[in-house]
Ligand binder design. Structure first.
Ligand code: NAD
Ligand code: UGA
Length: 473
């Protein structure tokens, strides 16, 4: 008999849980989808009347939430009842790098996953399929199973039983809705054909069958870490080439285009930038490094760790070259930072390269005016570990939130583009130049501004991987 899923509960209403469950609710109107979280503030934000106040900014998300919320999509802090009534439970909680104890700085901290498994063990009733949505180290399913199976029961009065599946998420922030609606693939790892088929039937509501891959559970867990490691490796590779371009006069964009036309290499993920950020690349590679070390594969761990090391070096390389270009000192100089999010179209700043680059410049005594269309000043203060200073009291090593870009340009010595927001590629540099102190600099770490837009501006331009010449317009 087919196991029909009528009610889903997702533990974790974050960047993955929220959008993923919204799309499932949208595409499966017959399934009731409850998203639960221990964070009341976050749940209240998901339930806010004004859709501009949802806790996550993702293009296309608010339209789906407005269609489904209250119909078959609910956000709540009631873990007990929603777990109890669910046929299928997704665990989509955070899995950051451990900060202390064994494996600190490398291994994933699984305390939230373990807590979720214990909540499921306590509150569930009947047969429940538990799906790992979080990114997890290989063999985590074993831990979840041990916790769940310790409460499995054969008694008729209390018929708890479980199946555990791995169904990692491959969405990228900023394009989450499109990635969920048209995924390259959906990966399902498990041992029970019945449970895998039940999850497959959910996705078949909108994903073609040939894009739904079945593997064993360990391959599925490892494939997720591997995908992120390969993507991050491409960025470190092209950023290393950008440094060679700057030293030799080659142009990294031209090199990317030239190698990207080779079908075996492909053209995606070859944009040189300020280094990769985001909550996952670094954490997932470090997880792979830890696993390799744990299994005695020292050379493998060194290989993957170098991807993270190159990324750190690259971020500091950018702050150093800004200081060097401004006559070796930025003390007391005003620098306008454009973009704080780790990429465009998201309000997420986790591991954003802007954090390290801004911290370096503040340490050097610069006065930063920071603008971002979606990140607020509280978040920036938290990331920099430094409160914003009132505009009238600004001094060396302080920063101010420039809600309006123009205030950042006035008398600035440099403008540094760190996130590729569309509006930054449309700036009128001739006008901006009039407001800046001379010699004025633009540092374009995303390579988004055209030579044409700078013509006649009297500005110096440094562009990532942009050949040996600093251009003077
Ligand atoms: P997040 O921090 O945005 O959200 C996690 C949520 O889980 C938080 O709101 C937290 O309060 C909640 N939570 C933690 N423990 C809980 C518990 N015991 N009961 C109820 N709620 C609990 O994290 P995220 O970005 O959504 O990532 C979740 C997982 O998905 C991670 O493993 C991550 O690696 C993976 N992932 C993330 C992305 C991404 O783009 N962010 C993409 C693919 C995979
Ligand atoms: C990444 C993966 O792309 C997703 O498949 C994965 O699900 C997710 O991690 C995860 O597991 O969390 P995300 O971090 O949201 O998604 O965003 P990406 O588009 O991958 O960008 C990551 C970082 O790399 C950003 O800082 C971005 O600016 C940078 N990047 C990306 C480049 O510098 N150059 C590129 O060519 C592409």
């Amino acid at each position: 008999m087919k196991f029909k899923i009528k009610s889903i509960c997702c533990i974790g209403a974050g960047y993955v849980g929220g959008p993923t469950m919204s799309v499932i609710a949208d595409r499966c109107p017959d399934i009731k989808v409850n998203v639960v979280d221990i964070n009341l503030e976050r749940i209240n934000a998901w339930n806010s009347k004004n859709l501009e106040d949802l806790p996550i900014y993702e293009p296309g998300l608010k339209e789906i939430v407005s269609r489904c919320r209250g119909r078959n999509l609910y956000f709540s802090t009631d873990l007990e009842n929603n777990i109890k009534n669910a046929d299928m439970i997704f665990i989509s909680v955070n899995t950051p790098t451990k900060t202390k104890g064994v494996g600190a700085g490398m291994a994933s901290d699984l305390k939230w996953v373990e807590a979720s498994a214990r909540q499921v063990a306590t509150y569930s009733s009947n047969h429940t399929i538990v799906v790992e949505k979080s990114t997890l180290p290989v063999r985590t399913a074993e831990v979840i199973k041990k916790i769940l199976f310790s409460v499995e029961s054969n008694s008729k009065a209390d018929r708890k039983s479980f199946e555990v599946l791995s169904n990692p998420e491959f969405l990228a922030e900023g394009t989450a809705i499109n990635d969920l609606e048209k995924p390259d693939r959906v990966l399902i790892g498990g041992e029970s054909k019945e449970a895998m088929d039940a999850l497959t039937r959910i996705y078949l509501n909108w994903v073609p069958k040939n894009k739904i891959l079945h593997t064993n559970i360990w391959s599925s867990e490892l494939a997720k870490l591997t995908a992120n490691a390969f993507l991050a490796q491409r960025i470190s590779s092209i950023n290393s080439i950008a440094a060679i371009c700057e030293a030799t006069g080659a142009e990294v964009k031209e090199v990317s285009r030239a190698i990207g036309t080779d079908n075996r290499i492909g053209s995606k993920f070859l944009n040189s930038g300020p280094g990769f950020g985001g909550s996952c690349f670094k954490k997932d590679i470090l997880n792979l490094v830890y696993l390799s070390k744990y299994f005695g594969l020292e050379e493998v761990s060194v290989f993957w760790e170098s991807v993270v090391k190159l990324n750190n070096w690259h971020q500091h390389r950018i702050s150093k070259l800004i200081v060097t270009s401004l006559f070796g000192t930025v003390t007391g100089k005003k620098i306008c930072i454009l973009g704080f999010a780790f990429k465009a179209d998201t309000n997420d700043t986790r591991e954003s390269s802007a954090i390290n680059i801004c911290k370096d410049l503040l340490d050097e005594g610069a006065i930063l005016f920071i603008n971002d269309p979606k990140v607020n000043s509280d978040q920036i203060a938290k990331d920099l570990g430094l409160l914003e200073t009132d505009i009238l009291n600004l001094d060396e090593g302080n920063w101010y939130f420039a809600e309006n870009m123009d205030i950042g340009f006035d008398n600035a010595d440099a403008v540094v583009i760190l996130t590729e927001w569309d509006e930054y590629s449309k700036i009128n540099w001739k006008e901006v130049s009039k407001k800046m102190r001379k010699p004025g600099w633009v540092f374009d770490s995303r390579s988004i501004i055209s030579d044409k837009s700078l013509n006649g501006s009297e500005l110096n331009l440094w562009r990532i991987g942009g050949g040996s010449k600093i251009k003077n317009y």
